[in-house]
Design a protein around this ligand. Structure first.
Ligand code: PHE
Length: 346
């Protein structure tokens, strides 16, 4: 046997066993690829050997060629099977990571609670229902007639200036108060009538600590025979004691609203500062809580009720302001600000 043929024999066998060992111990697809390039690549070890084969005698060349092919085949098989092993392991790892237990109970929605204004609204609804009042709803987009004219506020009346609002194409408007629901209640139900109407109201206000363009009111009306200011005060006190769960100091001032006569402003002593003065009470110690009075005969007449036979009282309460007083909120903007950190406190 020629010398170079013996050399080729040995180096093929060595290469084969060394490469197979490296394949077996490879820890990653990258290592595997390195073995492949070094052994089987175009410039790899086997390629080098086959280049040398030209120097051999023909019979030796055939034998070494067989050896080479068999080494190449064994290596390729080993590489292929190890590659498959890596792919399977990777797939298994991915499936393990993506595995979810569908039988586990779902985390479920985060538990919320009612907004402070909604809570007071519902309490007042319960209270007034227990006193024989019906809860009515009315549209937030109102007609000019229901928001103003039917409440004894004709187009040229200066009271309209105090309730500037957002007018819509076609002459409708965003209601400035819940009082139009009085009108709708009288039109639909007639006397005797005990109703309240909580809801959202709007004014074209510049926003500050105590003013919002969007706020909540609760309207109330009672029409019967021989209703007096005494009845009105009784219901107002019952309501405020219910809301605050304690005696509150109130004061009644004459107040002008075209739809009542006589008319009053009912203030409560500021529960945030105790009367000393703060931004909510504008340093006065008192907070205007509601307007009220005996229903003006024109208002009754316009809704088809005879003022000779019936009379009544009406009131309109700032629900937003009431919530601020009860919970000690010193800035109206928090209530609609959408910040859950604020709302979660209640
Ligand atoms: N609607 C009046 C307002 O928003 C309040 C009010 C209602 C006054 C009922 C008297 C009677 O200011």
């Amino acid at each position: 046997m020629e010398n170079s043929a013996i050399m080729a024999d040995q180096s093929i066998q060595e290469l084969e066993s060394r490469s197979l060992a490296r394949v077996a111990s490879a820890g990653s697809p990258e290592e595997l690829e390195a073995v492949r390039v070094e052994a089987l690549g175009r410039k790899g070890a086997l390629a080098q050997i086959s280049k040398e084969m030209g120097k051999l005698a023909p019979e030796e060349r055939a034998r070494i060629g067989k050896l080479l092919n068999s080494a190449k085949q064994k290596l390729e098989e080993a590489l292929e099977s190890k590659k498959r092993h890596f792919a399977e392991a990777a797939l298994r790892a991915r499936l393990d990571a993506e595995w979810i237990d569908l039988t586990l109970p779902a985390p479920g929605p985060r538990r919320g609670h009612l907004h402070p204004i909604t809570r007071i609204q519902r309490e007042l609804e319960d209270l007034f229902v227990s006193l024989g009042f019906t809860v009515l709803d009315g549209p937030e987009v109102e007609t000019e007639y229901h928001n103003f004219d039917a409440l004894n506020i004709p187009a040229d009346h200066p009271a309209r200036d105090a309730q500037d609002t957002f007018w819509l194409d076609g002459g409708n408007l965003l209601r400035t108060h819940t009082s139009p629901v009085q009108v709708r209640g009288m039109e639909r139900l007639g006397p005797p009538l005990r109703m309240i109407a909580p809801g959202r109201t709007f004014r074209n206000e510049s926003v500050d600590a105590s003013h919002e363009h969007t706020f909540y009111q609760l309207e109330g009306m009672m029409i019967d025979r021989d209703v007096s200011v005494g009845h009105l005060i009784y219901f107002m006190k019952t309501m405020l004691t219910g809301v605050f769960q304690r005696e509150v100091t109130v004061r009644l001032r004459p107040g002008f609203f075209p739809f009542v006569e006589p008319g009053f402003e009912l203030d409560i002593q500021c529960l945030i500062c105790g009367g000393a003065g703060c931004p909510v009470c504008k340093q006065s110690g008192w907070v205007e809580q509601l307007g009220c009075g005996l229903v003006h005969p024109n208002v009754l007449r316009m809704s088809g009720i005879d003022p000779e036979e019936w009379n009544g009282f009406a009131f309109g309460l700032g629900l937003t302001r009431l919530a601020m007083m009860r919970y000690g909120i010193d800035d109206i903007r928090h209530l609609q600000g959408g910040d859950l950190r604020f709302l979660e406190q209640f």
